[in-house]
Write a protein that binds this ligand. Structure first.
Ligand SMILES: C[S@@+](CC[C@H](N)C(=O)[O-])C[C@H]1O[C@@H](n2cnc3c(N)ncnc32)[C@H](O)[C@@H]1O
Length: 329
């Protein structure tokens, strides 16, 4: 089978890694910025409010997270909208795109526990089901969870019994590899369709996404498996793929130029790419920490500050992760 099919089964098959609720975060297989600090979602909330103030977003805009997993990110955004501009809570519409029923249920329960009936959350299985006039889309670490093909010097991989053989000619993969200057590496599958679905779902929107990668990824394999915070390169000699299949996360560095091209082909304008720490500071994370300082005991402030620092510290999440922003107006 194609590698993209193998990876789809690994992550999204019946017993795939993401098909059931997983404990991502401190006790799970990997951290994301979402599980690090509430001030990640808080900064995005501040940005959303500035978009309302500048008139890009209407008071009744749709705020939509894609690939939400626990739902913490959107919930943190909502909590900070409530703190900073409570009246918006009753006019904005909150949506999560989540293809798995099991995860939808967890997210619904988490929202009920957090907000009772004050916030209503709508789910769709895919962007193609959403139709709206004005929206803000957010996603954290989804492009590194799209299936990919593996390419090596002109040939595309096939998988059999968890073994890789580079013995197929695939012109689409070859053309992408050439475009992104790779003689080897991962070529993501599905960005084009995803960008098109988003562009068709809404007349005017901003899309902000965070991921690990580079505009032009290194011409090498970055494919790796995360299990209990241990990282195993997919081509490691001692890897036991049959044991890890479906039970661990599999990911790779995102080639942002590929995401950018997919959105531009769909008629959406690329706005910027910057380090996550720079993006969070620009959106006002430091102002939010100041507000916290003025309103809570010092002990609590210090605890929250330590967590928030992880987001904006070089050499941790802050520098290696990037923020990408697109607009359709
Ligand atoms: C690495 S996890 C990140 C989860 C969460 N956003 C966080 O930051 O903790 C990747 C998530 O993206 C979702 N995902 C990947 N491709 C997707 C797509 N095309 N549409 C919706 N969700 C997608 C997966 O189901 C998974 O929940």
């Amino acid at each position: 089978m194609k590698f993209s099919e193998y990876m789809t089964d690994w992550l999204y098959g019946k017993d795939g890694y993401y098909a059931t609720y997983k404990n991502i975060g401190k006790s799970g297989d990997f951290y994301t910025a979402v599980s690090t600090s509430k001030f990640f979602g808080g900064s995005v909330a501040k940005h959303i409010i500035s978009l309302v103030d500048e008139g890009f977003l209407e008071q009744n805009a749709t705020i939509c997270e894609i690939g939400a997993h626990h739902g913490y990110f959107l919930a943190d955004v909502i909590e900070f909208v409530y703190t900073l501009r409570p009246e918006l809570l009753s006019t904005l519409k909150f949506v999560i795109i989540e293809r798995f029923d099991d995860l939808q249920e967890h997210q619904t329960n988490y929202f009920k526990e957090s907000f009772g009936d004050v916030v209503s959350l709508t789910h769709y299985k895919s962007l193609s089901e959403l139709k709206c006039k004005n929206a803000f889309f957010i996603a954290n670490e989804i492009f590194d969870a799209f299936p990919c093909e593996l390419y090596f010097k002109g040939k595309t991989a096939q998988m059999q019994d968890h073994e890789v053989a580079f013995d197929v000619d695939n012109e689409w993969v070859k053309a992408k590899a050439k475009k992104y200057h790779k003689d080897r590496g991962e070529i993501a599958v599905g960005y084009e369709e995803f960008a098109k679905e988003m562009a068709e779902s809404c007349d005017k929107f901003e899309f902000m996404t965070f991921d690990y990668g580079e505009m032009q990824a290194r011409p090498d394999f970055s494919l790796r498996v995360y299990v209990k915070h241990e990282v195993i390169p997919f081509f490691d000699e001692s890897i036991k793929r049959n044991e890890l299949f479906g039970k661990s996360d599999i990911t790779y560095d995102v080639t942002f130029a590929h995401v950018k091209d997919a959105y531009e082909e769909a008629g959406v304008k690329f706005v910027e790419l910057k380090a996550q720490m720079v993006a969070l500071v620009d959106m006002g994370i430091l102002d939010l920490l100041e507000i916290l300082k003025d309103n809570v005991e010092e002990k609590i402030y210090k605890q929250e500050l330590e967590k928030a620092k992880m987001l904006i510290m070089p050499n941790f999440l802050g520098e290696r992760f990037k923020m990408l922003r697109f607009r359709k107006a």
